[in-house]
Design a binder for this molecule. Structure first.
Ligand code: FES
Length: 568
């Protein structure tokens, strides 16, 4: 039998073994914790500054129970935590830093397997990317969603209703007092956004890809069954170490396709695209934007905000991801899961308990609702749009551009009474891609100009190199690549240019002739970088474009070698 990885730290009878064991014993661990049993790292993104992950300390205790029960030795360690609603300029700037933290922590310590405790948007992909680059047996336990928001007797959803309330205040349809009052009712328990935002999207995809136990995505954060799931996950990771079942065994191309199919069926976040592309780069799976087109015709089955009307608690009680997988089982590819068997085991016998929440495949909430990839002379390397959250009539449209050169320009001018825009105008925002902002923030769903909001306009086409929150909605064309700051054609758009969008045709075109564009290009200059030192500088210097997952170029791939040099 090959020696366990942890034995290189704790199995030695020399000075090094003494030092590794002795210092750990200051926490009261007995001798038999070092008897060669699997040592399981619990990689925790708990933080009071990441409220969505504030329940993870409790769940870590559940994992530990399971690890001890199965004969392992659990050790919890912290990594950087990314609080989506709290970080500036954007948590996405730090996803790759978290991934580096996770990767190097796993590699440097004497553990045999790892349980990833994450939840808030960037924590799940960041942890998975890091773990995949070391490729020890790994499994995810998610925070789980908050309970449904409540305000004045109505259910309200994280993010989605914030945008709606904000527009209602601007339109004079909601009082500021009510707006402030909704704050407390929206977030009334621990957990992630309870809409199908990026956190629940990523948890759903992770479950559909077989990297977490069934039901992980939807169980509310405070549901006792999530604690039981954490316990079972702790048991399972010990077995996974015995079986040497690694992320590279689970994260195959077929698993990615299953994740993409599930994302379409649940009406998941556009952010899944950059995260899956980055994760694929870590495990060496050849995944491109084109692969997302496999799900273009998948119908929307889950009636949750922002694409529908219910919330994650309702989704859980209606059957959750196992029920969704059962509805799309004819599309799923055979793929191994962390349980060791096929993904089919995740949905065998699954039932739907509320058909208004989880629709049947042949009676969907919306047909053909998967993300659309758009290409054309405005986005040579691609852009995406989420039809399930868009206005159908705007998905085929031609109109004049109104250009905001950067986010400051947008904020200063969007509500000007004399802004020359009509509902036909296509709003364009530059400078919000990976290099430009930097960090590719969630500002692609620009507010509707105040003068149009007052006229009842609630949606317009918006085009940018930014992302948008998974909780947002609208006909928003995102992730335009190459971005403006990298010299993509987006940088050359001027107010008054005509733009043509065809979601059905998969095109996004700037109707300006090539000679005029060349003239503009000759006069174009990138903005001077805002950050000139530190991690942010390294990020800007090395970040890949959105169509490549916005990972850092030198982080693509993995290194599974055991570190053999000691520090003492
Ligand atoms: Fe953390 Fe939505 S802000 S999950």
């Amino acid at each position: 039998m090959t020696k366990r990885r942890s034995s290189h730290w704790y199995g030695k009878l020399d000075k090094d073994g003494f030092i590794h064991r002795s210092w750990m014993k200051n926490q009261g661990f007995p001798d038999h914790a070092f008897d060669g049993r699997p040592i399981i790292g619990i990689c925790n993104t708990w933080s009071e500054l990441t409220p969505c992950n504030s329940g993870l300390r409790d769940l870590a205790e559940g994992v530990k129970r399971g690890v001890w029960e199965a004969g392992g030795f659990p050790v919890e360690f912290p990594v950087m935590s990314l609080g989506e609603t709290q970080m500036k300029p954007t948590a996405m700037l730090f996803r790759n830093l978290l991934a580096m933290d996770v990767e190097e922590s796993i590699r440097a310590y004497g553990i045999d397997g790892v349980v990833l405790l994450g939840g808030c948007d960037k924590t799940t992909p960041g942890q998975l990317m890091g773990a995949a680059s070391v490729d020890l047996p790994s499994i995810v336990v998610s925070s789980g969603p908050m309970l449904n928001g409540k305000f004045k007797g109505q259910d309200i959803g994280s993010g989605t209703d914030v945008w709606k309330f904000s527009e209602a205040v601007r339109a004079g349809e909601m009082t500021l007092a009510d707006f402030m009052g909704a704050e407390s009712g929206m977030s009334r328990s621990k957990g992630v956004c309870m809409t199908m935002g990026t956190a629940s999207t990523m948890a759903s995809i992770v479950e559909a890809m077989g990297m977490a136990l069934p039901t992980n995505a939807a169980l509310p954060a405070v549901d006792a069954r999530r604690m039981a799931l954490a316990h079972l996950t702790g048991k399972r990771i010990v077995e996974m170490v015995e079986e040497d079942l690694k992320p590279s065994d689970v994260l195959t191309k077929d698993a990615f396709i299953n994740g993409i199919l599930a994302n379409a069926a649940v009406g998941g976040s556009t952010n899944a695209v950059v995260h899956l592309l980055a994760l694929a780069g870590r495990v060496g799976v050849d995944l491109t934007l084109k692969d997302f087109e496999v799900a273009s015709d998948v119908p929307l089955l889950v009636n949750c905000m922002p694409s529908g009307k219910y919330l994650m608690e309702d989704f859980c009680y209606a059957g959750g991801i196992p029920a969704v997988l059962a509805e799309i089982k004819h599309l799923l590819r055979p793929a191994k899961t962390v349980l060791g068997g096929d993904i089919a085991a995740y949905h065998d016998g699954a039932e739907v308990f509320n058909r208004d929440v989880i629709h049947a495949f042949d009676a969907p909430v919306k047909p053909a609702a998967g993300l659309r990839v758009l290409r054309g002379n405005l986005a040579p390397d691609g852009a995406i749009v989420k039809p399930s959250a868009a206005t159908d009539a705007l998905l085929e449209h031609e109109g004049p551009a109104y250009v905001f050169e950067n986010i400051e320009d947008l904020k200063a001018n969007i509500d000007r009474e004399d802004l020359p825009v009509t509902p036909d105008t296509i709003l364009v925002l530059k400078g919000c891609g990976p290099k430009g902002y930097p960090g590719m923030p969630e500002v692609g769903n620009m507010p509707i100009p105040a003068k149009l909001v007052k006229d009842g306009v609630r949606d317009m086409i918006r085009v940018s190199d930014a992302r948008m929150s998974g909780t947002a909605f609208g006909t928003v064309i995102l992730h335009v690549a190459p971005e403006a700051q990298a010299g993509g054609p987006l940088a050359l758009v001027k107010t008054g240019d005509r733009i043509r969008v065809s979601a059905s045709g998969g095109t996004l075109d700037l109707l300006v002739d090539d000679a005029a564009l060349e003239e503009r290009r000759a006069a174009w200059q990138a903005d001077a970088p805002y950050y000139t030192r530190g991690y942010a500088k390294m990020y800007v210097d090395h970040v890949l474009q959105a169509n490549e997952g916005a990972d850092l170029d030198f982080l693509v791939g993995k290194d599974t070698r055991l570190v053999t040099r000691e520090s003492h």
